[in-house]
Design a protein around this ligand. Sequence first.
Ligand code: PMP
Length: 419
Amino acid sequence: MSGETQPQHHWQGVLSSALDAVGHTPLVRLQRIAKEEGLNCNLLGKCEFFSAGGSVKDRIANRMVEQAEKKGVLIPGQSIIIEPTSKLDLALPLFCPSAHKCINLGGNTGIGLALACAIKGYQCIITLPAKMSLEKEVMLRALGAEIVRTPTEAAWDSSESHIGVARKLQKSIPGGVILDQYSNPHNPLAHYYGTYEEIMHSLKTSDLPRKDISLLVAGAGTGGTITGLGRAIRDYEASLPHTNGNSASHGRTTIIAVDPEGSILGGGEPGNYQVEGIGYDFFPEVLDPNPPVVDKWLKTNDEEAFDATKRLIRKEGLFVGGSSGSALSGTLRYLHSEEGKHIAEDPNANVVVILPDGVRNYMSKSWFLETSKLPTGENMEEKEDIKSTIRGILGRDLNDVMSVVDSKREKGEKLENGD
Ligand code: PMP
């Protein structure tokens, strides 16, 4: 890792721009969930929604821009960054009968790039299919990006898809640059140097008895996060003297990648799923899916992912998005398995789960709005009790505003300030 500027970890003094607030995210104990699950290990969440642009992709956007500037590929005042970004998973079976032609991009890289462009003064064009989540589009527009909508139906390799249109624009617009997170080595390197160092710094400066990672779990989309972190961990282990990666103070880290049912990365057939940002129906170039980098793949489904997401919000107060729930549900399944039991039972073991983005991106999604099902660990009776107490006091249902208005009207009373 020589030759790299180490991340500063702490926000000291005054930052020169929001880009200095990219990364440096906190590692937070998930104590209440660990207790509910009967885990003795230290269950820790790396909370990426604290990053300036709101996701794990901010670091890669920043690094890809910085490195392209260094190489002279991006020239301030002249270059225009073009990013095809999208979310097609919902549309997959409907619009992509040939599943291998579908593509599932998170949109968070677009936000990270648009943020860097806003601050550095580059123009930014984002091409995205008509179906892409409104929240992400609104963020991109607010950052000044030009949005070009493309037909959702277009297969990813057609000239009318968001990728086809981005390529067409790049060819025709002087100074147009596509940084391409799928093949750009600075995607995993942003995690190798950034995310990994941050985690180690958090552990080293903590009061936890051990400062190493026993288990690392991350969802995989492009695979940049798991690959960068996995390589950094293995390089560190290889650098330890006489240990083969094992010593009293540092055991070999188990590294688990999580992808959804319906993605082929961890095996299985392509299909439909709602969790955004993880899983693909092709293997991105930057992903290193095999040991020693990734020891194991776990598949998760939407139901368990969204349940775990709501649990993270409800029990830990962490406003995370759906792929965080995928990572947590995979982690819990592993820790309860025969294979993971020794980690779950070890009070000195540190389990690090990457929580890639925040619920800001998904506020209008039905899985988030739906209230009929409480997350695991939530007590329905307790909720009903407090509701009936409130009902008893007010003499009406909690949301029944109309009965208040009607009764006032009937009595000829006004409903005004000071009422
Ligand atoms: N979760 C979300 C919400 C994402 O946007 C992404 C990026 N696609 C990931 C997880 C996975 O990150 P990576 O691309 O580094 O595998």
